[in-house]
Design a protein around this ligand. Structure first.
Ligand SMILES: Cc1cc2nc3c(=O)[nH]c(=O)nc-3n(C[C@H](O)[C@H](O)[C@H](O)COP(=O)(O)O)c2cc1C
Ligand code: SF4
Ligand code: SF4
Length: 255
């Protein structure tokens, strides 16, 4: 059984490929009720994008909310639990963060992998989408990486193979909590005069945090900072404060 979260499709693409190769059903976390889950399958996998060297809160909350009957089914059948994250460059100690969350449900994390994909983060100075050359290279390399991971899962080869980057402990321990607290401000999202009220940003939001009103889209407080609204606007009319005006856009072409 595979549960995944994805903002711009990188993780959706990886989840789709792995689910197909290992023969497990996959579910998009925002679309399902954790309390109604019952376990079926040969293993339990979680896939998510790295957010500030950590695990998106929606994934952590989902695991915490799974029913005890679900957890007992995985435990009593000694089924393997694994994760695959996608990242622009580095994961930090995000796998340890997921492991801690699983341990709180009395589950161990058997396998952990990362796949480098094009970057989606643009909300701080110095961060932008990749150049078209880098984007193309990352997408090409990802195909092989995903195949390798799927083979390992299929054959029950459990390893931790990650692109951790420098100072992973510090980044996850110190930067992630700052990101969680200050990284996103609902008040900063707005639409520019280029908006034609097409509603694409509204449809792209996985948690229905945007409403289309007579003047254009309006953002609520329940933002996951996935940036789907920003990258999916065909007119580059979604802005975050003043920082995104000159930034690029990216949506995974493989999803
Ligand atoms: C809020 C946010 C924070 C991010 N932080 C990191 C990071 O710490 N390290 C990294 O390598 N990539 C980071 N990224 C890039 C994404 O992890 C990467 O592009 C991922 O593949 C996006 O997956 P998705 O298309 O499934 O949303 C971040 C992206 C966002 C939106
Ligand atoms: S996607 Fe862009 S143009 Fe369409 S409603 Fe949203 S901000 Fe406006
Ligand atoms: S408002 Fe935008 S950034 Fe926030 S969760 Fe929705 S799509 Fe993602």
């Amino acid at each position: 059984m595979i549960y995944y979260f994805s903002g711009l499709g990188n993780t959706k693409y990886v989840a789709g490929k792995i689910a197909e190769a290992v023969g497990e059903d996959k579910f998009f976390i925002p679309d399902i009720d954790p309390l109604k889950q019952y376990f079926r399958g040969k293993s339990l996998g979680f896939l998510f994008p790295i957010y500030s060297w950590g695990v998106p809160g929606i994934v952590i909350d989902f695991i915490h909310s799974l029913p005890e009957t679900f957890i007992q089914e995985v435990k009593s059948n000694k089924l393997p639990v694994w994760m695959v994250c996608t990242c622009g460059d580095e994961t930090g100690n995000a796998p340890e963060m997921l492991e801690k969350c699983l341990l709180e449900r009395d589950l161990s994390l058997n396998g952990a992998w990362s796949v480098i994909m094009p970057n989606t983060y643009v909300l701080l100075p110095g961060f932008d989408v990749d150049s078209s050359v880098v984007e193309k290279r990352k997408l090409e390399n990802s195909e092989r990486a995903v195949q390798d991971i799927a083979e390992k899962i299929k054959n029950g080869i459990w390893e931790w193979k990650l692109h951790r980057g420098s100072m992973p402990y510090l980044r996850t321990k110190i930067v992630y909590p700052l990101f969680k607290k200050w990284g996103i401000s609902a008040k900063k999202w707005h639409h520019s005069s280029a908006c034609v009220k097409c509603g694409k940003c509204v449809k792209s939001c996985p948690v229905k945090n945007i409403a289309l009103e007579s003047n254009g889209p309006v953002w609520g407080d329940n933002c996951l900072s996935c940036l789907a609204c920003y990258h999916n606007c065909p007119y580059h009319a979604v802005e975050y404060g003043g920082i995104t005006k000159k930034k690029g856009q990216y949506v995974c072409p493989l999803k």
